[in-house]
Design a protein around this ligand. Structure first.
Ligand code: KIV
Ligand code: NA
Length: 278
């Protein structure tokens, strides 16, 4: 498949073809995302923090760690558009700090777009990045980088005020130049309404079937994640079972001496060489 562009994403939205986005954190997961021609976007999500690095939340992830993993994902990616999350704290201190960090993710991390969580309060940053040619994917609704301020990972926009705020944030982010928008953990009616009001594609997670696309975390969809399973996760595989079984089978085969097989899984010396040696 040809490299996916922002223009191609708009064409998918236009033709009502749902956009697919999957997260990746390293070379093998990036290769897996690229293995399907149906993957439109590979996202180096800052869920990297929990899923890959064992942190309790995304607020612990550093720029260094994101750059390191983005580089690995870029090496394994073919056609999907490459987008990374800007880590917590890397785009709030000032517009110029945000630009400097974004440039690192583009230059060193080889990212083609960057995702930022936030509403009206970040439009100056979204506008500036867009102006200097760094495509921005917005992220509204549940913003995991703000889980403390939100008192946990909860559905957003359920009240009239919440819904009004989400809509006005979405419109402001589009106006500032965002090329697409993730909507996370929002009632499906509201996600549909916002999608209909925007011209840019929306990509939902826990936002119902009416957004222009869907995203899931790699380990959630593979079924390798052993932590909490959110209501909106569907496991499309059970790789945890397969994986843990393989680790255990190796242990058993070593313990009972059936691995390695002397014929099939071992090297042998030529007999005359061996005789001279001995
Ligand atoms: O970090 C992440 O994985 C994300 C997606 C789930 C949207 O932001
Ligand atoms: Na994220």
């Amino acid at each position: 498949r040809k490299k996916v562009t922002i223009q191609a994403l708009h064409a998918l939205r236009q033709s009502k073809t749902p956009i697919t986005m999957v997260t990746a954190y390293d070379y093998p997961s990036a290769v897996a995302c690229s293995s399907s021609p149906l993957t439109d976007i590979t996202l180096v999500g800052d869920s990297l923090a929990q899923v890959c690095l064992g942190y309790a939340s995304t607020t612990q992830l550093t720029m260094e760690e994101m750059v390191h993993h983005a580089k690995a994902v870029a090496r394994g990616t073919t056609h999907p558009l490459l987008v990374a999350d800007m880590p917590y704290g890397s785009y709030y201190t000032s517009v110029s700090d945000a630009v400097a960090n974004a440039v690192r993710l583009v230059r060193e991390g080889r990212m083609e777009g960057l995702k930022l969580e936030g509403g009206k309060e970040i439009v100056d940053v979204v506008r500036r990045l867009t102006e200097v040619g760094i495509p921005v994917m917005a992220h509204v609704g549940l913003m995991p980088q703000r889980h403390c301020a939100m008192s946990g990972y909860k559905v957003q926009g359920k009240s009239v005020e919440g819904a009004k705020k989400l809509l006005s944030d979405a419109l402001a982010l589009e106006e500032a130049g965002a090329f697409a928008m993730v909507i996370e953990a929002v009632p499906q009616e509201l996600a549909k309404y916002v999608t209909d009001r925007l011209k840019i594609p929306t990509i939902g997670i826990g936002a119902g079937p009416h957004t222009n696309g869907q995203v899931l975390v790699y380990d959630d969809l593979l079924g390798t994640w052993s932590g909490h399973k959110a209501k909106f996760v569907r496991r499309f595989g059970n790789l945890k079972g397969v994986r843990d079984q393989a680790i255990h089978a190796f242990g058993e085969a070593v313990r009972d001496g059936t691995f390695p097989d002397p014929q099939k899984e071992s090297y042998s010396m030529d007999e005359d060489e061996w005789t001279k040696f001995i």
